[in-house]
Design a protein around this ligand. Structure first.
Ligand SMILES: Nc1ncnc2c1ncn2[C@@H]1O[C@H](COP(=O)(O)OP(=O)(O)OP(=O)(O)O)[C@@H](O)[C@H]1O
Ligand SMILES: [Mg+2]
Length: 258
């Protein structure tokens, strides 16, 4: 399973990606989480302390790695001599709950015309990552829709688009959803997050129905998530909270569909 989590800024992509990765680990999957946000912070959700997160070098800034993986002959032309396994084993970070984390750094889409070697390595990593039956990859994407294009997104098989019960985030989710459909991703689902009332639940359900989006589940608004974060702890610490349980349920549904 290769799953990407996208959506407007602040809707809860990182919480969903982190909690899903953790639930895959708990179900016995070897799990890699890829932080593809240029302002990465998935490490914190996965339980890495702030000081340690600051020490992680994103792949895009790892010059020796980039140079060893690409042979730049002249500006803009590169060759890939690529072994994905090395990158995962040498550059992923072990996190406290057993998820292997790869921090990518800035990823530009193919559509933007950027051919810099760092992006080639990152795209190749996603493309060549072969996921066995007992393995899962969860990608925490950059907010918004620009990067989706034909770049990173098409190398995953499931796109989860997260939205809150606001028209703005739902409308961005709709655009991402439609784009994802054109990239040939096998399946795309909407996830409603921070749902605090029946009215909000209904609003998300109605929006999904009107716009032909498959709503996989609703994740309730959960005070303990913010409380944990403000205290410098991860919400994953307590897997029994409402939000974490709901996200776990999404993982279960995805496993079942496989
Ligand atoms: N179900 C929830 N209940 C309560 N608070 C939540 C919930 N999900 C996310 N949050 C809070 O919303 C904020 C944004 O969450 P998160 O960082 O996961 O979003 P994001 O989409 O990854 O944001 P960004 O676009 O900045 O990367 C955080 O403060 C988080 O604690
Ligand atoms: Mg995030």
């Amino acid at each position: 399973m290769k799953i990407a989590v996208s959506g407007k800024g602040g809707v809860g992509k990182t919480l969903v990606a982190g909690a899903m990765a953790h639930s895959f680990v708990r179900r016995g999957f070897k799990t890699i989480a890829i932080d593809a946000d240029p302002s990465p912070n998935l490490a914190l959700t996965l339980g890495v302390p702030l000081e340690e997160m600051r020490l992680i070098t994103p792949i895009s800034e790892n010059k020796p790695l980039i140079e060893s993986k690409t042979r730049t002959t002249y500006s803009g032309v590169y060759r890939l001599s690529f072994a994905v396994d090395d990158v995962i084993s040498d550059f992923s970070v072990e996190t406290p709950y057993g998820v292997n984390l790869v921090v990518m750094g800035t990823v530009k889409s193919v559509g933007s015309g950027c051919t810099c070697p760092a992006n080639a390595v990152i795209r190749a990593l996603l493309r060549h990552l072969i996921v066995e039956k007992d393995e899962a990859v969860v990608v925490d994407m950059e907010a918004g829709i620009e990067h989706l294009g034909r770049g990173t997104a098409k190398h995953v098989d499931t796109m989860l688009v997260v939205a809150n019960p606001t028209i703005k985030s739902l409308e961005i989710a709709r655009k991402i959803y439609r784009l994802a459909e054109t990239t040939g991703i096998k399946q795309t689902f909407l996830v409603g997050n921070k749902i605090a009332s029946k009215v909000e639940e209904d609003a998300v359900q109605r929006f999904a129905k009107t716009n032909n989006m498959a709503l996989i589940d609703l994740v309730p608004f959960d005070m303990t998530v913010g409380q944990a974060e403000i205290q410098g702890r991860t919400p994953l610490e307590n897997p029994e909270t409402k939000a974490i349980r709901a996200i776990e349920e999404i993982s279960r549904k995805l496993i079942q569909r496989e």
